[in-house]
Design a protein around this ligand. Structure first.
Ligand SMILES: *Cc1c(COP(=O)(O)O)cnc(C)c1O
Length: 387
């Protein structure tokens, strides 16, 4: 054979690799089939790489184990998991009830895309009790979309109660469980039909990979999610799938450290004179504390707090004074982050009111004393500017 041909077949890789603790990062669009009969035998052979190879399969299996799911599908981002699941489940003429505290880009998709394709979208106050949510359902209502706790205002839903009532009405339920990370709370065990999360946050854990997952127990729903991914043509890279699986190994350890530190910092903040209120469902006395205690095995590192009244300039001065906390929108990584939340609430149908500016913190793995000292000196700056 000529050299061009030999180079095509050279270095094809061993069939029986040595075993490592992680899966091989198998990359491939082309999948080589053993014989002609296998070319069109989709039942027995994986014939194309878009749906994922070794690392993807390993990650999907591990996530299914954590979620208690019959099947998990991967998406190129957390937002794509939300939009992919919605597109897989809905059709023109359907009606969807959406909790008003959902992630803002989820809302943008509902308003800009679902409505354009003839799906009715109605928002409900996340403080409504379960029966009142179901009272809003009409015969066309197909799905209820929730996020509990919401990632800015942290209202929780009694997901088990909503799911049970929805089942009785033939309505599906979906929750964005990014705060619970698939570990602190298991939506499928509480009767929710579809559990979605941005793996980008805690499962990845290092703020450097995008991915999302959707999990279901009912095989018919898993098939629908599968068809949805196939119809839209989404793929995730083998390196990213490998990195997500690596993150998953340390998820419980990181969540424990970050969640416990966050709760102590939240309790400390509640004692500071510049702070009007701390919004964290795991704090005793919080509005959703009993629900959190019933359903969650722990808390993550993300919570909100309200400053005593002060101008936007004073809020910016507080944020600019922070040295250990970074300013950034994401969360779930090893690093502590802070933002002001008020500018994100404007599009809501039921805007909650607070005694002052609403802030959000994500607690990372830094030493707690350094984080507290950083917050204290920034609160001094705030006190000076807010007067
Ligand atoms: C970040 C986030 C998403 C989207 O995840 P991406 O990977 O950034 O697309 C979805 N839901 C919630 C609650 C999030 O915080």
């Amino acid at each position: 054979m000529q050299e061009e041909t030999r180079l095509i077949h050279a270095g094809a890789g061993s069939q029986d690799l040595v075993r490592t603790v992680g899966p091989p990062i198998q990359k491939g669009s082309t999948v080589l089939l053993p014989c002609a009969a296998a070319l069109y035998d989709d039942d027995n052979y994986l014939t194309y790489g878009r749906g994922g190879l070794a690392a993807h399969e390993a990650l999907k299996d591990a996530l299914a184990e954590m979620e208690g799911a019959a099947g998990v599908r991967l998406y190129p981002s957390g937002l794509a998991a939300v939009t992919g699941a919605l597109l897989a489940l809905l059709q023109a003429g359907d009606d969807v009830l959406v909790a008003d505290n959902v992630y803002k880009p989820t809302r943008r998709f509902c308003d800009n895309v679902l409505k354009r394709y003839g799906v009715g979208v109605r928002y409900f106050d996340p403080r409504l009790p379960p029966q009142a949510v179901l009272d809003q359902a009409v015969p066309a209502t197909r799905l209820i979309v929730m996020e509990s706790p919401g990632s800015l205002t942290f209202e929780m839903q009694d997901l088990a109660a909503v799911a049970a009532l929805a089942k009785g009405r033939g309505v599906l339920t979906l929750t964005d469980n990014t705060w619970g990370a698939g570990y602190l709370f298991k939506p499928l065990e509480h009767g929710v039909d579809i559990s979605v999360q941005a793996l980008t946050k805690y499962v990845g854990g290092h703020s450097d990979v995008f991915m999302g997952s959707a999990a279901a127990r009912d095989p018919a729903l898993v098939q629908k999610l599968d068809d949805g991914v196939l119809n839209l043509g989404w793929a995730v890279s083998a390196e990213d799938a490998y990195q997500m699986l690596r993150g998953l190994r340390t998820l419980p350890a990181r969540l424990k450290l970050q969640g416990e530190a966050a709760l102590r910092i939240a309790a400390w903040l509640a004692e500071q004179p510049e702070v009007a209120e701390v919004i964290h469902p795991a704090l005793p006395g919080a509005p959703d504390h009993e629900l959190w205690k019933r359903d969650y095995s722990g808390a993550c590192g993300l919570f909100g707090f309200v400053l005593r009244p002060g101008s936007m300039a004073a809020v910016d001065a507080f944020l600019d004074a922070l040295r250990v906390f970074g300013l950034g929108f994401s969360w779930g990584g090893f690093e502590s982050l802070a933002i002001g939340s008020d500018p994100q609430l404007g599009k809501r149908s039921f805007v909650p009111t607070y005694a002052g500016p609403l802030m959000r913190l994500h607690i990372g793995l830094e030493a707690e004393a350094d984080l507290i000292a950083d917050l204290r000196q920034a609160l001094d700056v705030y006190a000076e500017r807010a007067g």
